[in-house]
Design a protein around this ligand. Sequence first.
Ligand code: CA
Length: 230
Amino acid sequence: MKRILIIEDEQVIVEVEKDYLEASGFEVEVATSGDVGLKKAVEEPYDLIILDLMLPNTDGYEICKQVREVKNIPILMVSAKKEEIDKIRGLGLGADDYMTKPFSVGELVARVKAHLARYERLTGDQGAKPKDEVRIRGIRIDKLSRKVYVNETEVSFTSKEFDLLLFLALHPNRVFSKDELFEKIWGMDSMGDNATVTVFISKLREKIESDPSKPQYIETIWGVGYRLNL
Ligand code: CA
């Protein structure tokens, strides 16, 4: 059974979320303050975290940042204010999705399921697959630990950067449009648009290319999209 941690200080929201998620077959734990939530998120095994932004003691920004340093599990951030959501997106803390309150719990459950499925697909079936590494010339991607090595030096990637690189590496020499990549990595339901893809492609280039202005790995196919060359 998948375990979900809800970090949320509004009791009414906690109850509704918990009820719906449990009814959908998830095991749910709750933390109603930031410091307790952070401790649980870091120390205990969860498959996904639903993280409120404004919390007593430690806020959602800090929790997201600290969890990301040690875990790649999906994080869904929720906030009462649209402006706050824009701000956290801009900070690039590594959350996988954002929702503005009030949201429909049905939508929350749908997003939870989508993120769990995507995460499972990208990390692979643990233990079942002998091949958990993808190599493209000097790049080595470890799917299980979600680590990337460029010329055998580990380079840190955010969750979405990793997902995008892995997806391209699993389909080398194929051209994908920005729309296709956005849908594959962020999902149709996510906020944002395909300009996000452009931003992430340049982040990937900074990390894997020796000269990002003359990319050897990720090639831009003008008017079409991007391709990772073998
Ligand atoms: Ca709150």
